[in-house]
Write a protein that binds this ligand. Structure first.
Ligand code: HEC
Ligand code: HEC
Ligand code: HEC
Ligand code: HEC
Length: 469
């Protein structure tokens, strides 16, 4: 429609193609665009005009469409996360342009809320969109996190955007999320007192960090760093508060869940000590056609740009790739081993409960399962752990193995006291079998989700919520 209107104006003004004529055309167009303000396509983002290279490379994260189905790759996760939405669907991350659509479409979030049910907190929007800090300002932090994920869905207009990392309209870095401001202060790295390099890592650390929703605080996002940001320090914080995310339905363990602690792992790495940050590896310098340098905003795989990201310090890509592959294989093997031990422990605990075990008997073993699973999760929920901090990854998994072994020894004693001689373990060789073991019917969940998408998202939500679907 806008195109037709422009056409009409251009034809009507053909006789006066002078400078004056052109300005009349422009004013006429401006008037038209005022009257037809609802034509969204006519809007140009001022950040695009001012910073075209950064804008275009930011938009190019839409090329990163690939992701892995983690539950299909590692069905053991389904058993370990039983009782939580993580067991329903879990994918590896992909380009920033999909942040809103992916959280909208996953089985972990929004379906029509049942009468009387509180549903999922709007806090889930916090790390997907600049509309979250905007809504926090408008509604207050309690109002925002107390709201429902679905209720704010129609408000979400943009994916991870310039204003998530910058003072809007400028190159200056910013930390618009209150939880991140507070957290950086807790670890004595207040944002406004850091150099540009640390600030760069901190903007990523707003979202690529482990957090939880505070139940006593309307589900407000909190980063649990009062005692520090290691797995030990965070565990101490949770244990002293007697916090848990959910009770595991098989073993009755009060579970702790880690969420992608990339910032934490990086902050203790050999690279951090050398001043190498997320930006060095994931947003290396690029040059435009005129030879001017800018920061590549196509945030993605670090190895795709070895020459720009790593070559200033590492000469051989082959040697680094080989080293990374070896570390990854080692960490993967340790993870798979802990997973199988943890699953056994959950089912051995179940057998003990079924045979009449009591809390005083079980307390030690259950706490050891809690602590072991926490460390396993803290190591594996961090995407790229093998590259970010392999040493910490291996230490976490070794400690986790020790703790689950302790739990199983305690359980073996209890089982023997209760004269239990056989424990039944589940078949989790595929995603389908693991889902069956925990009684989750994926087809039903997909059906409910699709109905919700059709009735709500397709009709009322913004285009970003559908990108890639
Ligand atoms: C995920 C965080 C993030 C997002 C989103 C982001 N930037 Fe940046 N931006 C950075 C970082 C980090 C730097 C590099 C800072 C440094 O080390 O100097 C940077 C640098 C810049 C610079 C300085 C010049 C340069 O290229 O180094 C400009 C201008 C800029 N960004 C504009 C934008 C625009 C426009 C958008 C939106 C289209 C945007 N940024 C989105 C994090 C981000
Ligand atoms: C506002 C929150 C937010 C900020 C800030 C942010 N990210 Fe992300 N990032 C995400 C989300 C959400 C995803 C997953 C998107 C998806 O899978 O749909 C993601 C995905 C990624 C991926 C995976 C990309 C791929 O193609 O596989 C990388 C790498 C990444 N981010 C690095 C960074 C770095 C580096 C920074 C800082 C410059 C940063 N992110 C800042 C939220 C954020
Ligand atoms: C020394 C370089 C380096 C640093 C520093 C670094 N990363 Fe990475 N990161 C990698 C590599 C290598 C991978 C493995 C995948 C790849 O990029 O090839 C990776 C993977 C990731 C992934 C997973 C991508 C996916 O699709 O699975 C995310 C997310 C991520 N990094 C975020 C960050 C954040 C946030 C920081 C800073 C707190 C950071 N990285 C610091 C090199 C680095
Ligand atoms: C500014 C210099 C610098 C840059 C840039 C850099 N590194 Fe490193 N890297 C180091 C140093 C220093 C070490 C420690 C060397 C040692 O201890 O032998 C290191 C160690 C490593 C190791 C050994 C394992 C570990 O983490 O302990 C790997 C793997 C690695 N770097 C990968 C990468 C990759 C991949 C990139 C680019 C995405 C990269 N590095 C970018 C300086 C750098």
């Amino acid at each position: 429609m806008m195109v037709q209107l422009v056409d009409v104006v251009m034809k009507a003004t053909r006789p006066m193609r002078s400078k004056v004529g052109l300005s009349i055309v422009i004013s006429a167009l401006a008037l038209l665009s005022l009257t037809s303000w609802s034509l969204k396509s006519a809007e140009v983002d001022p950040n695009q005009l001012k910073f075209p290279q950064q804008y275009d490379s930011w938009q190019a994260t839409e090329e990163q469409t690939e992701r892995d189905d983690i539950l299909a790759q590692y069905p053991a996760n389904i058993i370990l996360w039983a009782g939580s939405s993580f067991a329903k669907e879990y994918h590896s991350p992909r380009g920033h342009q999909f942040a809103v659509a992916d959280v909208t479409h996953t089985l972990r979030t929004g379906v029509a809320i049942a009468e009387g049910d509180k549903g999922l907190s709007a806090s889930c929007w916090t790390c997907k969109t600049p509309d979250a800090p905007r809504l926090i300002k408008e509604m207050g932090i309690q109002g925002f996190s107390g709201a429902n994920f679905v209720d704010l869905g129609r408000e979400i207009k943009s994916v991870v955007y310039c204003s998530d990392c910058h003072v809007d309209g400028s190159a200056e870095l910013a930390l618009p999320r209150p939880h991140a401001q507070n957290a950086m202060a807790k670890i004595k790295l207040p944002f406004d007192q850091q150099d540009r390099s640390m600030q760069g890592a901190q903007v990523c650390g707003q979202c690529h960090v482990s957090y939880y929703f505070q139940p006593e605080n309307n589900n407000k996002v909190n980063i649990p760093w009062i005692f520090g940001s290691t797995a030990d320090a965070i565990e101490k914080y949770y244990d002293t508060r007697r916090f848990y995310e959910w009770i595991h339905p098989i073993s009755k363990t009060p579970i702790l869940k880690a969420r992608h602690p990339e910032f934490e792992h990086w902050s203790r790495s050999v690279h951090a000590k050398q001043g190498v940050t997320c930006i060095t590896c994931h947003m290396p310098p690029a040059t435009d056609e005129k030879g001017a340098t800018f920061t590549d905003h196509k945030v993605g795989g670090a190895l795709d740009n070895f020459d720009r990201s790593c070559a200033s310090c590492h000469s051989s890509e082959a040697a680094i790739t080989k080293k990374l592959d070896k570390t990854k294989a080692n960490i993967d093997a340790k993870s798979r081993n802990v997973e199988s031990l943890l699953i056994k422990a959950h089912y051995e605990a179940k057998a003990a409960w079924d045979a009449g075990a009591t809390w005083p008997q079980m307390n030690d073993a259950i706490m050891a399962i809690r602590h072991s699973q926490w460390r396993w999760d803290f190591a594996t929920a961090s995407h790229g752990m093998y590259a970010h901090n392999p040493k910490e990854g291996i230490e976490l998994l070794d400690k986790s193995t020790e703790q689950v072994t302790y739990a199983r020894e305690a359980l073996a004693r209890i089982l023997s006291q209760l004269s239990v001689t056989e424990v039944e373990y589940p078949d989790y060789s595929t995603k389908e079998k693991a889902h069956a073991a925990i009684g989750f019917i994926e087809a039903d969940a997909i059906k409910a989700k699709q109905a919700f998408i059709k009735q709500e998202v397709d009709k009322y939500w913004q285009p970003v919520a559908k990108k890639g679907y």
